[in-house]
Design a protein around this ligand. Structure first.
Ligand code: HEC
Length: 216
């Protein structure tokens, strides 16, 4: 080390001491006092009541409308297929059930189904609901298609959603009754009824095939 560098040492010692004192005093006790705040407006933003006046905005409204063209997330997704045959086809190709539907959704779907759909479609989707097949109903409702008819079995989930959302001929629209999440839950439930049916048909076919196979 040179002599010149040595001459700086007292300054450095004083600097270090000041720094330590500064650090120590910044954690000073008692903590009930906030101490000195640099830019307190940043630390404690001004809170406004929801419908109060906020002079910051030209229209002085504290609650702000959504940014134009923004799309809300969660259950309220827009259904952007028009009520036309093209919209129906398009929904069949481009509108899909959210991933991760589970037992809870199935239960919720059944719940909505029993309330809104079973009167016509029947509790098991066999088109024998209480206003369709009921000796006490003077003017029974024309039966809807069974969910197990070939074309309905092959109906894409998007088209099913579309028909529930907009209604179809004698069937009313449920787009204002059920929210998108609930419609998907119902679709999920209807699809599960169809799957059960297909499984049973397959099992029956397999057992009859086994029965008819000659024993070796
Ligand atoms: C008032 C009786 C009635 C009720 C209630 C009803 N439907 Fe329907 N549904 C029908 C009829 C009738 C059709 C046949 C429409 C057609 O193809 O002309 C139908 C058709 C359908 C189809 C086939 C749609 C397609 O695109 O071909 C599905 C899926 C369906 N209904 C599901 C439901 C669900 C889910 C509910 C409850 C949210 C429901 N329906 C409530 C009478 C009803």
């Amino acid at each position: 080390m040179t002599g010149k560098q040595r001459a700086y040492q007292p300054t450095m010692a004083i600097g270090t001491a000041l720094l330590l004192v500064g650090l120590w005093s910044s954690c000073y006790y008692p903590r009930s006092k906030p101490g000195w705040e640099y830019m307190p407006d940043m630390a404690h933003g001004t809170a406004y009541e929801t419908y109060s006046i906020n002079p910051f905005f030209a229209d002085s409204m504290a609650s702000r409308p959504a940014v134009p063209r923004s799309i809300p997330r969660g259950p309220y997704q827009p259904f952007h297929f028009s009520k036309t045959p093209q919209g129906y086809d398009s929904a069949g190709k481009h509108w899909f059930m959210p991933v991760g539907m589970d037992e809870e959704d199935l239960k919720a779907g059944q719940h909505h189904y029993v309330i809104y759909c079973a009167v016509c479609h029947g509790p098991e989707g066999k088109a024998n609901g209480s206003i369709v097949e009921n000796p006490n109903v003077v003017n029974p409702y024309p039966p809807p298609p069974s969910y197990f008819r070939e074309d309905i079995l092959n109906l894409p989930e998007g088209k099913m959603y579309y028909s529930i959302y907009y209604g179809k001929n004698l069937m009313g629209a449920y787009g204002k009754v059920l929210n998108p999440e609930e419609i998907w839950q119902v679709v999920y439930y209807v699809k599960s009824l169809q799957k059960k049916y297909l499984d049973s048909v397959q099992a029956a076919a397999a057992s009859s095939a086994a029965a008819s196979t000659p024993k070796p």
